[in-house]
Write a protein that binds this ligand. Sequence first.
Ligand SMILES: Nc1ncnc2c1ncn2[C@@H]1O[C@H](COP(=O)(O)OP(=O)(O)OP(=O)(O)O)[C@@H](O)[C@H]1O
Ligand SMILES: [Mg+2]
Length: 360
Amino acid sequence: MRIISIANQKGGCGKTTTSINLAASLALNGKRVLLVDLDPQAHASLGLNVNSQNSLYNVISKITPRKLELEETILNIKNQFDLVPSNVLLGTLEQELSDEIGRELKLTTALARVKDRYDYVVIDCPPNLGFLTINALRACSEVIVPVEPSRFSIQGLERLSDIIQLVKDRLDHNIEYKVLITMFDSRLQHCFDMLDKVREGFSAHLISTIIHVNVKLKESVVVGKAVAEFDKYCRGSKDYFSLAKEIIAQEVGSIKDFSPISARMKKVVKEKSKDIIATAFTLNAPQAQSVYIAGDFNNWYVDESCRMRQEDGRWAADLDLKPGVYQYRFIIDGRWQEDPGNPRKMENAFGDSNSVIEVK
Ligand SMILES: Nc1ncnc2c1ncn2[C@@H]1O[C@H](COP(=O)(O)OP(=O)(O)OP(=O)(O)O)[C@@H](O)[C@H]1O
Ligand SMILES: [Mg+2]
């Protein structure tokens, strides 16, 4: 069972949105998932249309008249997707247990009871570093830290590493952390500037999938559904599906599972790839700090997979494309531009031009 906390002491950076939609997408990928709403604001519960009397409070508190085991608080949301709901009483635990030794292990102990029932536990943390977040960090071995561009600051990043250090030092517990860029607006240059800053300081920790700003993620919360249920074709759904795939690909043994490739699998791969053509894109921009390529071949999405590599002042990317005609643009230091080396263009809806390439 992999336990992943979604934490950042900074408010409103997409923790709850990530918790709900990562959990739902993992379940859609066939995983058995438990989402633990650990925030007394209960936004994850409300975002799934759950308003419950029960929460972890009933499991952990010693003075509650309604004492429960963890299993008794669990609600089924959909297929393999379960929830431990929250309510405002969770916020009183810190004071109730202030003198208790080992209080930071309460969640670890509770989760041990369901370790065979789930493949993943996703924990939505409150926006602080109090008792509840420390319990989550102690229970998990991985943390995803959502970082939202417009409020991003160097101080925020430094505090992020403080969290991890704190747990390592004080609780003697090793945690792997990953940074997830959320609410990314690829029309805004400062989002690319921020992405560069995160990469500079935290490249080894950066999750390749980027969560773009998408109004469907807001609307789905209002109707109490995961976005994949609300609108499975929107960008928010695709982004969180891609995040789930990336997380699953990190599973120990996941590479081994594909190897050795069976004869049947080899045939499928060969058939699928026979009309795919490796297509090279290059750009001469020695001053540029970062260059991405986006086009209708990738739905104009920006993520780490469309970042171009630098080779002696030239930027290059090799994309596997099927034969066809494609429109594309480069994003050079956050500014969308047509390809200066390609005379073939087509006017776009914004009054600019997209470059056009035909793959044969
Ligand atoms: N990718 C996105 N695109 C558009 N809106 C988003 C996106 N991610 C989150 N939001 C919206 O931003 C707001 C804050 O998001 P969310 O509640 O997930 O943050 P949080 O970190 O859990 O906040 P808190 O610190 O209060 O717990 C919500 O209204 C949510 O619907
Ligand atoms: Mg939240």
